[in-house]
Design a protein around this ligand. Structure first.
Ligand SMILES: Cc1cc2nc3c(=O)[nH]c(=O)nc-3n(C[C@H](O)[C@H](O)[C@H](O)COP(=O)(O)OP(=O)(O)OC[C@H]3O[C@@H](n4cnc5c(N)ncnc54)[C@H](O)[C@@H]3O)c2cc1C
Length: 452
């Protein structure tokens, strides 16, 4: 009766994962993506993958000074941004082959077009002016750059994260508006490459969703590297000229006028839901985020699901993958995962930041009695060998049982180390359990043993 069992809108991490899982399980799936070049979504084409390739290169450059003191002599100290862009494009193409392989294995039909709703079982492929139908539909249309209320993007001078990957040279100075994860990552990138960097953050701390200790330490470490930070700051006026962008920045009673070569606007993302004609399928949304129940089904139609950045859940690729798995399980009528999402938050700036589980604030609000332990990397041999012993691991644990409730890390490889605590929380392990384990030496991971 229907053309397909399932139509998936969008081939980002959420979309290709759910399409692949359902196809492999025998469902007849059609995945619709705007163009072949955008398969892989924000994550692969203009998010996680290119950003992390840029950052890895920048952190290598930053560590050069330490390794010179270990005997390495780089005589030609040059960096070429177009070579980095070429290598990033090769990496993207390489990973894209893997996604096409997954979809092929799943025998999924791929349509390159813009999908809109005609009704709750029918999708229109706009360019082809063609209708396709399915029993179930999964919306995985992701998110896009959020515009600043005042500053409009301009080709060369006022840019979003997308344009960073296309820069032809490194700016002498850059103002980053927004001190969240993406803003802080790009601050590290430009700082490592020699730009004068300033962050202008509206909130009273950097990475506002992280533990206060972490935000304070990040601010201190950034300032040591020469990154200027304005908190409680708001851009109230600007003009663009040949000299760059002149901005008026208000911070409390202080009003300053400053000029930068470039401005990077990084104040969050907006869900891609405006052009889907959601009203034709009676799909409810709140400020563009699609409203779903605990099974990620839309409120008025249980045959339509939504996953990934188009939801209010945290805009992270690994959360999108998890939601894809949950929806696949539900459509396949398998037992679905229930309960709280336990996922790491990760920021790949220098020093890196990662956190998991409950924050101090959340524990206090719930009246849970807890203690915290902090272990500084200054005492860890591997951190010193890696040329950066800044930062710490902070673990929150139950006062009576010692069960790990949450953890925050700032420092070397925080985005890898956090998974120890992901496992500890999921397996209900306490600090006492860690004591029985043998960690290799010298490693960053062995720091956890000193928590006992
Ligand atoms: C600079 C940057 C760095 C990031 N770094 C990280 C990181 O380190 N770790 C992390 O976990 N997350 C990171 N993220 C976030 C991550 O990229 C997103 O959470 C993830 O891509 C969400 O996946 P998604 O499938 O929901 O949406 P998307 O990846 O946005 O994919 C949605 C797809 O749907 C398509 N689409 C939209 N509307 C239609 C339509 N009507 N018809 C057909 N196709 C449509 C789009 O073209 C797109 O390809 C980063 C994001 C940015 C911008």
């Amino acid at each position: 009766m229907y053309d397909f069992d399932v139509i998936v809108i969008g081939a980002g991490p959420a979309g290709y994962e759910v399409a692949s899982l359902l196809g492999k399980a025998g469902k007849n799936v059609c995945i619709v993506e705007k163009a072949e070049s955008s398969v892989g979504g924000t994550c692969l084409n203009e998010g996680c993958v290119p950003a992390k390739n840029f950052l890895e290169t920048a952190s290598y450059i930053k560590k050069e000074a330490y390794f010179q003191s270990c005997g390495v002599n780089h005589t030609e100290r040059t960096f070429n941004i177009s070579t980095l862009q070429k290598s990033t494009n090769c990496l993207i193409q390489d990973l894209k082959v893997g996604i096409f392989g997954k979809l092929k294995k799943a025998k999924a039909t791929i349509e390159y077009d813009r999908a809109t709703f005609i009704d709750s079982h029918t999708i229109k492929l706009e360019n082809q002016n063609k209708k396709i139908t399915a029993k179930d539909i999964v919306i995985a249309s992701g998110s896009s750059h959020r515009d600043h209320p005042l500053l409009k993007l301009e080709d060369e001078t006022i840019i979003s994260s997308r344009e960073v990957f296309k820069l032809t040279d490194i700016p002498k100075s850059i103002l980053i508006i927004g001190g969240g994860a993406i803003g802080c990552e790009f601050a590290s990138f430009f700082n490592a490459l020699g730009s004068e960097v300033e962050i202008s953050e509206f909130a009273s701390k950097l990475v506002p969703n992280e533990d206060d200790d972490i935000s304070r330490t990040l601010k201190r470490e950034f300032e040591k590297k020469g990154i200027q930070i304005g908190l409680n700051a708001n851009v109230t006026d600007y003009s663009v000229s040949e000299d760059g962008v002149e901005l008026t920045i208000e911070s409390g009673k202080k009003v300053e006028t400053k000029t930068f070569d470039k401005v990077l606007v990084s104040i969050g993302r907006i869900p891609n839901s405006a052009n889907l004609n959601l009203e034709n399928a009676n799909i409810e949304q709140d400020r563009g985020f699609i409203e779903v129940n605990e099974n990620l089904q839309c409120l008025n139609n249980d045959n339509i699901y939504a996953i990934g950045d188009v939801l209010k859940t945290p805009a992270l690729a690994h959360v999108a993958y998890y939601e894809a798995k949950r929806v696949a399980q539900h459509i396949l009528e398998k037992e679905t995962f229930v309960g709280d999402y336990i996922f790491p938050s990760v920021t790949f700036c220098t020093p890196q930041i990662a956190s998991i589980g409950k924050s101090e604030k959340a524990l206090k609000e719930r009246g849970i009695k807890f203690k915290n332990k902090k272990l500084f990397f200054k005492t860890n041999a591997k951190a010193k060998i890696k040329g950066d012993d800044s930062g710490f691991i902070k673990v929150l644990y139950d006062e009576e049982t010692s069960l790990v409730l949450g953890a925050s890390i700032i420092g070397n490889d925080a985005t890898e180390l956090i998974h120890q605590f992901l496992i500890a929380i999921n397996a209900n392990l306490g600090l006492n359990d860690l004591e029985k384990m043998i960690f290799a030496h010298p490693t960053l991971s062995e720091s956890s043993l000193d928590l006992i």
